[in-house]
Design a binder for this molecule. Sequence first.
Ligand SMILES: [Zn+2]
Length: 279
Amino acid sequence: MGWPPFASHLRIDLTSLFRRVNRRMRKRQFAFCLVAAGLLVANEFTRAADPSHPDQPILAPAEAISRLREGNGRFTAGNPQHQHESVDERAYMAKNSYENAGTISLGLTTEQAAKRRAELTKSQHPFAIILSCSDSRVPPEIVFDEGLGDLFIVRLAGNVLNDEGLGSIEYGVDILGARLIVVLGHQSCGAVDAAMKTIAAKRKAPGHIQSLVTAIEPVVQATPKGDLETTIKANVKHVVDALRSSTPILKARVDSGDVQVIGGYYMLDTGTVTFLDGR
Ligand SMILES: [Zn+2]
């Protein structure tokens, strides 16, 4: 004997009710997971910038520029200090920047030094962000004589800006607390030179190299009579302007004076960095 008709309907109704409840529960669980994941991400971000374990104080933009000038001065004078790289310095930073630092003593073994470098990734307070060219002759840590944990760096040929680079810079500002962004171009930049020549010849660069030409093209078109050095500086200014007007994160911070974006130009022959705009 089967269920009487009314009971059969009841069974169907109950089944659909359970399904609905189940769906709701799943939605709630999903929402909970999203919130939990958000909190986890927030925790990771917070831990990365944990203010209770500062490696170094967050510098105001003007102070950060001064520090970069001083570092570049040491570099050009042939007197680099390679700060934050010595054994003592690493041990000092270790004790002040993460919880297990006490287990690392002065005179790090190779293994301990490797562990220290790995743990430093969980806590960092770079005082400036540098967007520079990938050119092997312009490594920012060397030309500014800075060491581990000092500079947050994005490098792309021609110091162009793409979404991933912008996201990295926003991370450096919003999560790590850096207040100075420098777009660093350099003398005889091969990427800008190649873009100018490719555009002049009305050709395409091979493979993905064309993406660099496309990124630099608006600058080349806007400076039709510019020589290479003029175009390199115009390209720096173009990227500086893009960062200053980037919403929703950077523009508000720049407009309030909290963050400063400036251009820089590195001379390959002298090693000198000139800041193009001290604003
Ligand atoms: Zn370059």
